[in-house]
Each structure stands twice: as structure tokens, then as C-alpha cells.
Design a protein around this ligand. Structure first.
Ligand code: ATP
Length: 191
């Protein structure tokens, strides 16, 4: 199975993330997308970052009923901080039959040379790249392993969602319904 890994803090997950995943399924040969929820880094506690279990729970709610999307807590059990190359190696050991690729935004690709062992990532894995508003390509665009796919530009971010919640405004339709209800019940990001 060809699996696309979508790494993020998902603090919280929103429809932008889901549209990226669906676009990847529509536009590439990927057969499943796994949302790799980033764990809490014990050395870098950020007040605005909700606990990993709550973030994972919301990703699970968001993907429920779509068997091509999966919420993964795989990185919770790896050494922290988790570097993508180490996660990829551990995934390959755990799931030897799957073929893993990475999905990332064009903005992240511009900083790719700062990633641990980025050459190894490019040697062994495909990187599927989606466009980001305000980003105009990177030097990695020329690599055969780097494959662009299209998705609509969406001006939605988790930061904006947290701001709306802190201001007691509604985030309905910016997040899936189940997540909207859960955020409300739990009073997350309300300050
Ligand atoms: P934050 O606002 O807290 O930084 P985020 O909404 O960017 O969060 P992340 O959890 O960092 O969400 O998401 C993982 C990836 O999804 C990021 O690399 C980010 O580039 C991408 N992403 C999030 N929202 C959008 C969007 N509206 N369009 C394209 N890419 C997006």
C-alpha cells in the first residue's frame, strides 16, 4: 500500500488539513493518508499547544468514517524530539509491506535542507508537495523525488482557529462538526 504521511501538530485539526489529504488522494498515486500527530516535546512546553492525546482524539473524530484517512500516534512512542528520518525508519520496520512518502507544503520544502539527513529522505522516499499561499517554489523542486500536486489555496490555520476560540467566536465549518462540538464541550483554547 502507498501511504502518504502528513506530519503536523493539528492544534487543532481543521478542514484545510482534510482538504490537503483529500487532494493528495485525488491527485497522486497515494492510497491512504496518515495524520502523524506530533507528540509533546518535554523540553519545549508551549502553553498554546494542547496535550497530544486531545489533539489525537480530534484527528480521530475528523477522519472517522473515511477508511483512507488514519490518525496516528506512532511518534508518541519514539524518542523525542522525533526527527522525520527516524520516524520513517521506525515505520518501515513496523510496516515492511507499505511504501511510505511524505506530504508537505511548499513553504516547508524551502527549509528542507535544515532537516536531519534530508539527503537520505530524498534518496529513499518521495515527497509530495502542495502549494502554499505566498510561497514561490524552492531549490528542491527539480528533484525527481519531489512531486507537486494541486489543491485550492485556503486561508485557514490552526492559529486563526485558536484566536477565534479565545475570542469566544464560532469555528463552525472551519473544523469538522464533531471537532467543533468537542472543542465547545471541552472549552479548549478558551483561555
Ligand atoms: P498553526 O497555525 O498552529 O501553525 P497549521 O494550521 O499550520 O497550524 P499544522 O498542524 O502545523 O497546522 O499543520 C500541518 C501542515 O499543514 C503544516 O505544514 C501547514 O503548512 C499545513 N497547513 C495548515 N493549514 C493549511 C492551509 N490552509 N493550506 C495549506 N496548508 C496548510
Amino acid at each position: 500500500m502507498k501511504i502518504g504521511l502528513f506530519f503536523g501538530s493539528f492544534n487543532p485539526i481543521h478542514v484545510g488539513h482534510l482538504i490537503i489529504a483529500q487532494s493528495a488522494l485525488n491527485e497522486t498515486e497515494l492510497q491512504e493518508i496518515w495524520f502523524m500527530v506530533s507528540p509533546q516535546n518535554p523540553f519545549k512546553k508551549k502553553a498554546s499547544l494542547l496535550g497530544e492525546v486531545d489533539r489525537l482524539r480530534m484527528v480521530e473524530m475528523a477522519v472517522e468514517g473515511n477508511f483512507k484517512l488514519r490518525a496516528s500516534n506512532f511518534e508518541f512512542f519514539l524518542e523525542k524530539p522525533s526527527y522525520t528520518i527516524d520516524t520513517l525508519t521506525a515505520l518501515r520496520e513496523r510496516y515492511p509491506k507499505h511504501e511510505f512518502s511524505i506530504i508537505m507544503g511548499e513553504d516547508n520544502l524551502q527549509h528542507f535542507s535544515k532537516w536531519k539527513n534530508y539527503e537520505a529522505i530524498l534518496n529513499y522516499y518521495k515527497v509530495y508537495v502542495y502549494p502554499r499561499l505566498g510561497s514561490d517554489g524552492s531549490s528542491f523542486d527539480q528533484y525527481p523525488q519531489v512531486i507537486q500536486f494541486n489543491m485550492p489555496f485556503l486561508d485557514i490555520s490552526a492559529t486563526r482557529i485558536r484566536e477565534l476560540l479565545a475570542a469566544k467566536k464560532s469555528v463552525r465549518y472551519l473544523v469538522p462538526d464533531a471537532v467543533w462540538k468537542y472543542l465547545d464541550e471541552q472549552n479548549f483554547y478558551a483561555n
